[in-house]
Design a protein around this ligand. Structure first.
Ligand code: 0X9
Ligand code: ZN
Length: 420
């Protein structure tokens, strides 16, 4: 029996889960991340079947594989032997990218909250460690209090677990809503910690760095560093790889909705799931999540002004352009591609690919960027930040965010010329 048919014969998916017990953090001891490189459609199909069979957490993959497109899979210790066998049988090569995920997690944030020892500091934010939600919100509060003419703290609602949903408006305009605006968010997916780190860094650069004052000419900035605060906190205290929101579902075992499959544009289409245990669970309906609903209402209220929409994710080093629900291209695709390429040309350390979401990744209906495009925002990008996984050592925050920031200048220069 071929590997493919034996996989199919086994039938239904065995979901391999890591659920947190009530008070202990999930351990990823012995978990590995493998990069599998397939060379044909048949091999890709086999990997797809293995993913489904074992319910593996797929960290990265491409739906329309170009030659040697890599797939990153999280492999639980109890499956290492079996999966190795299956891949060897099929003559598919793989490399172990992460030997022991828990040791990466242990080394990720060594100085966690060290600055909190400085009780006199006005805020606890820095970019040499990853911060909990309180530190991030404390920083936004600090900025609003310190620069009242420039920064406004906006509360757009409350998360499922009752946390505030904060964003900042940064503007020196005297008349409200009179100039083009940029929207930036981070922390959609809880485990992608580098994204709130970059969003807060961009805020700092615009507000606190006099050399960047030109970024305030003719642009309002709306920046929401943590779009999914419940998930973000859960990923800090319980389960480092948590991705979704934390709402109850119809399954007692599986909580949360993928916020990036919960938007009301082509909701429920390809690349989303109706299984609450799936990492891409679309939710019970579009905007079932209080977080995505509040977020969408705010953006709609500013949709005339917002000309650029950037949603920060990780990982993969890509600037992705709609559509993502299918292999289709918006009418101004070429224009978005040109601006994206221009922005990406600023990156010196990390090279990014620029292109359509489905061409470079996979279909993902109900994603927020497609929705942003559907309501008429001109320039829309999903950013997949560096580097080799979701767990990025805190020492890499500074190089990643510093490398990215010059792209903001490119975007701003373009947006400032647009009429509202
Ligand atoms: O799957 C997602 O939601 C995004 N990738 S992530 O690893 N950060 O989860 C990609 C969304 C981009 N959209 C499409 N590929 N359609
Ligand atoms: Zn993401």
């Amino acid at each position: 029996m071929s590997v493919l048919s034996s996989v199919l014969a086994l039938g239904c998916a065995l979901l391999v889960h890591q659920a947190a017990s009530d008070d202990k953090a999930v351990s990823y001891s012995g978990y590995q991340v493998w990069t599998i490189t397939t060379r044909s459609n048949e091999e890709s199909q086999l990997v797809l079947n293995l993913r489904q069979l074992y319910g593996l957490d797929v960290w990265q993959w491409q739906e329309f594989q170009s030659a040697d497109a890599p797939t990153d899979l999280l492999v639980p210790p109890q499956l290492i032997k079996e999966l190795k066998l299956k891949l060897n049988e099929a003559n598919i090569s793989y490399v172990v990218k992460i030997e022991d995920l828990q040791s990466d997690i242990n080394d990720e944030n060594p100085k966690a909250n060290s600055s909190s020892f400085d009780t006199k500091a006005a805020h606890k934010m820095d970019w040499i460690s990853y911060h909990r939600l309180d530190d991030i919100y404390g920083y936004l509060n600090y900025l609003a209090a310190t620069y009242p003419n420039l920064v406004e703290l906006i509360n757009i609602g409350t998360s499922y677990e009752n946390r505030s949903l904060y964003l900042v408006r940064i503007s020196n305009a005297t008349a409200p809503d009179s100039q083009p605006a940029v929207w930036i968010d981070g922390g959609f997916h809880a485990r992608e910690w580098i994204s709130p780190a970059l969003a807060t860094y961009i805020i700092k650069q615009i507000v606190e760095e006099p050399a960047n004052a030109k970024l305030l000419n003719n642009i309002d900035w709306y920046i929401m560093p943590v779009a999914n605060p419940d998930g973000y906190e859960y990923s800090h205290v319980r389960s480092r790889l948590w991705r979704k929101t934390r709402s109850l579902t119809t399954s007692a075992r599986c909580l949360g909705v993928d916020p990036n499959r919960n938007f009301d544009f082509k909701w429920g289409g390809s690349g989303s799931s109706s299984n609450p245990c799936s990492q891409v669970f679309k939710g019970s309906k579009a905007f079932s999540e209080v977080e995505t609903l509040a977020y969408s209402k705010f953006i709609i209220s500013k949709s005339k002004q917002i000309k650029l929409y950037l949603t920060l994710h990780s990982y993969g080093q890509k600037l992705l352009i709609p559509w993502g629900y299918d292999r289709e291209y918006p009418s101004n695709f070429a224009d978005m591609l040109a601006l994206g390429n221009c922005a990406a040309s600023k990156f010196k350390i990390f090279k990014y690919g620029v292109g359509n979401k489905v061409d470079l990744l996979y279909r993902a209906a109900g994603n927020s960027a497609d929705w942003a495009k559907s309501i008429g925002i001109d320039y829309v990008y999903t950013v997949e930040l560096p580097t080799r996984g979701f767990v990025v050592p805190a020492s890499s925050i500074t190089p990643i965010v510093q490398d990215f920031f010059p792209a903001i200048d490119v975007f701003a220069t373009k947006i400032a010329t647009l009429k509202v």
